[in-house]
Design a protein around this ligand. Sequence first.
Ligand SMILES: C[S@@+](CC[C@H](N)C(=O)[O-])C[C@H]1O[C@@H](n2cnc3c(N)ncnc32)[C@H](O)[C@@H]1O
Length: 342
Amino acid sequence: MAGLRWPPEDSDLHHARVPSTADLISDDDRSVAADSWSIKSDYGSTLDDEQRHVDASDVLSTIASFRAASDYSSDKEAPDVDVEPSMLGLQSYWDATYADELANFHEHGHSGEVWFGSDVMETVATWTKSLCINVSQGHIDNLIDNVSSEPDSELVLNELSTWNVLDIGTGNGLLLHELAKLGFRDLTGTDYSEGAIGLARNLAERDGFTGINFEVDDVLATKLAGRFKLVMDKGTLDAIGLHPDGPIKRIMYWESISNLVAPGGILVITSCNSTKDELVQEVESFNQRSISTSSEVEAVKDQEVQKDLPPFQYLSHVRTYPTFMFGGSEGSRVVTVAFLRN
Ligand SMILES: C[S@@+](CC[C@H](N)C(=O)[O-])C[C@H]1O[C@@H](n2cnc3c(N)ncnc32)[C@H](O)[C@@H]1O
């Protein structure tokens, strides 16, 4: 991918950080690019988007005032508000990137960037397959980390074919190729960049994965009607969090994702900008917001408060990524965490 490397290959940093928007573009460019979030393309209603944005801002300011008023500082109630915005949070950046990658594909047959590298992509795919088999077989409390190297039984292949898969922010769609090779059959990839979807369709056709469905869709204003048993996110929440309104966009993300994952289904997030604990904490915050909102609705309806199940529950995370010590604590550059949708 042109210019930027994310995460940097030889960094000592626990979190991979990228140059800020202020470093990379002028104020004019930035406001034009940021405007592209409110002046939506033909698949998004501006009014709906504005309302969603206002709702998320309200939630964020409630959280911010709660945090300011509270002297209990060890619990993180919201994603870091100090994450530096970056070009990678802007759709204009991705549109330009995929225009280049598409041109490269047509000229040289290149597939484009594999975010976090091929090893991580393969690990994410095999680990996710193992997780789905475990969940299909009811082993939620006793998960086994690695899939067997034995050829898959018909039973396993049948189980995998019942998982409809959505990869949000699919980019070139190569993660879906990996999942197809492992036996998943019902595969959809979405991205808000038309160039990404163009590249993904070309690559799938070239490499014989013609059964994969690719669609242009903004996950924060999704037009997808169905729900998916497996939703994959590799680097997309990271990108969303790098928008100048990153904290608000992250709140919108969880609202949207909770409608995309089917009950009993799984969300698998791979990130280089959040630790596993930060992602778990972010989900906890979303759960608390959802439960209090649904309790308020129930209280008005029935004059009594009912306790709901939290929308998401932590399931597992990849333990096999290489780790390193930094500042006295151990970490890895990339995390992959799975959450179960209740
Ligand atoms: C870091 S790249 C990862 C691409 C791909 N998942 C991979 O692992 O190779 C982030 C992707 O998220 C997409 N993206 C960012 N915000 C999005 C949004 N709101 N809706 C849909 N796609 C989005 C970008 O266009 C880009 O393809």
